[in-house]
Design a protein around this ligand. Structure first.
Ligand SMILES: [Zn+2]
Length: 62
């Protein structure tokens, strides 16, 4: 259950595509920005009913 999401880096604001795997349920993980290499916190929320998911990006100082 992969989906490509376009997110905006919370540090530099650059848009970038990232592959999200929603099969593991709710999760959060760090991934470096492809542009400025800052650590972005991805928070993934998956609906157990529909499999639809939403992704939020945060800075480490939020
Ligand atoms: Zn960035």
């Amino acid at each position: 259950m992969y989906r490509t999401e376009t997110i905006s880096c919370p540090y530099c604001g650059e848009l970038q595509d990232t592959d999200i795997d929603g099969s593991g349920g709710d999760q959060s993980y760090w991934q470096d920005c492809q542009v400025c290499c800052a650590p972005i916190l991805f928070e993934l929320t998956v609906s157990p009913f529909t499999g639809e998911f939403a992704v939020y990006v945060k800075r480490d100082d939020d």
